[in-house]
Design a protein around this ligand. Structure first.
Ligand SMILES: *Cc1c(COP(=O)(O)O)cnc(C)c1O
Length: 459
């Protein structure tokens, strides 16, 4: 195995070396991981040149390796962390639950955390999303929503409604059903022969503006394209699935909330269910509790995961309207939704999610994030003004821009440069984004911007 090394630009700060043998143990973990662990979303051979980063512990917005080097978690550990690593409030909620009940199957049984969480999610969500069905990962929530939508129409005798519509550049997860409504070539193309055919409609991505169009104009144009598809094909369409406001994996493509308002009207008019995939956008990420709130709309099905446990434990959820739930409620077993996962509604994960909701309420997180986002956008202005930065944009607690560079390995290069500067950045193509935990300080955000500017400068 080829030896890997992390370039060191900044030396280790306060929480320095824990033992003389720390450097050895860091290298040892790298080698053992590369031998035994098949890492996600990775061509493993690239780790011959791009080092894995072994993490020993986390604290707040920082991750620490075995050598005492630290990294500012600028992407919330793949968009899941809201209130920092080693958060004492989430931790103590999990520990308290651990003393009562670690798990029980949810078919035929129920428990306090899952009941309370379902009640509170229903109260927070827009509209009448009064029934919560649980999975463990985001993709499982997508599968559940797709199956529910099809089965809903089937229970109503509408047997032809069995395809889905999604946006160009959409990302809804990588299991086969979710991948069939995902439009990211690098994830999809290899498996295309396995995937059901669905329709893709143009994205309302505001960067697509032409000839002096506003973001709202682009939204109207995309809604017109959606309408054309629905008008022609609605008899065969079960649902339109959308990432509201921000298409994350497409490179933080942002659109005007007006698109959601129009999409809601169209789905209602054409008897097509609206599935809001709020797996990334939910729990305050786009400024409001759910992205749908910014448009004042309620979907028929809402997928949640990622931030739901503050990044502590895997949990996902689909909220459905009372009307959808009622269509499954019958004497015939097969009219019921017989889908299941072993860890459905895991009590520890639900306890973490309840702690997260407590933090939102107790700390008035949405209001304080709004003020933070304003300050941070100011702090980012020198970076936004850099001559190599294109299309700098911001929504809630997400900032993104494209870097004007000829490097075709930009994403990997930028990741390595970030690591060398104590930053965890994970660009998508030429798009650099910040999606930090909400607990970042202004100084930490300034450090993130300043060191990113250094990297952009060299790109
Ligand atoms: C991350 C993500 C998913 C998939 O979630 P996993 O937990 O990775 O399976 C689905 N939809 C959106 C919008 C996401 O951001």
């Amino acid at each position: 195995m080829r030896e890997t090394s992390v370039p060191a630009v900044y030396s280790a700060p306060d929480k320095g070396n824990r033992s003389a043998g720390a450097a050895e143990s860091s290298r040892a973990w790298l080698a053992r991981s590369l031998a035994a662990v098949w890492h996600p979303c990775t061509q493993m051979k690239q780790h011959e040149s791009l080092p894995l980063v072994p993490i020993a512990r986390g604290d707040g917005a920082w991750l620490f390796d075995f050598d005492g080097r630290r990294y500012l978690d600028g992407v919330s550990s793949w968009w899941v962390n809201l209130f920092g690593h080693a958060n004492p409030r989430i931790r103590s909620a999990i520990v308290a639950q651990l003393d009562e009940l670690e798990h029980v199957m949810l078919a035929g049984f129920t428990h306090q955390p899952v009941v309370e969480l379902s009640e509170r999610l229903a109260a927070l969500a827009p509209g009448n999303l009064g029934h919560a069905f649980y999975g463990s990962d985001g993709a499982a929530a997508t599968e559940i929503a797709l199956k529910m939508a099809f089965h809903y129409w089937k229970n109503l005798g509408r047997f032809s409604k069995k395809t889905y519509v999604s946006l160009a550049g959409s990302y809804h997860g990588e299991t086969l059903g979710a991948l069939a409504v995902t439009d990211v070539a690098i994830f999809r193309d290899t498996y295309a022969p396995l995937l059901n055919r669905n329709l893709t409609v143009p994205s309302p991505d505001a960067r697509g503006a032409v000839g002096g169009e506003s973001a709202r104009d682009v939204a109207v144009r995309a809604a017109n394209a959606l309408e054309a598809h629905l008008a022609q094909h609605h008899e065969t369409i079960a649902a339109f699935i959308v990432e509201p406001l921000v298409q994350g994996a497409a490179g933080m493509a942002m659109h005007d909330p007006h698109f959601l308002t129009l999409a809601r009207e169209l789905c209602t008019r054409y008897d097509v269910l609206l599935i809001a995939d709020e797996i990334m956008t939910g729990f305050g990420r786009t400024g409001t509790m759910f992205a749908c709130d910014a448009a004042g709309i309620a979907p028929d099905l809402m997928c949640l995961s990622k931030g739901i446990t503050g990044g502590y434990l895997p949990l996902s959820c689909v909220l459905s309207t009372d009307a959808i739930y009622a269509a499954f409620y019958a004497d015939a077993p097969e009219r019921g939704f017989l889908h299941s996962h072993s860890y459905t509604g895991n009590p520890l994960a639900c306890a973490a999610a309840l702690a997260v909701l407590d933090i939102f309420r107790h700390d008035d997180v949405l209001a304080s994030n709004e003020m933070k986002a304003e300050r941070w956008t100011q702090i980012a202005s020198p970076l936004a003004a850099h001559p190599k930065v294109r299309a700098f944009r911001h929504r809630g607690m997400i900032w993104a821009f494209e870097v004007d560079t000829d490097r075709n390995d930009f994403a990997r290069w930028c990741f390595a440069e970030g690591i060398a500067r104590e930053l965890l950045l994970r660009p998508i193509g030429h798009t650099v984004y910040f999606m930090p935990p909400y607990i970042l300080s202004d100084d930490e955000f300034a450090l993130l911007c300043e060191r990113t500017r250094e990297i952009v400068d060299q790109a």
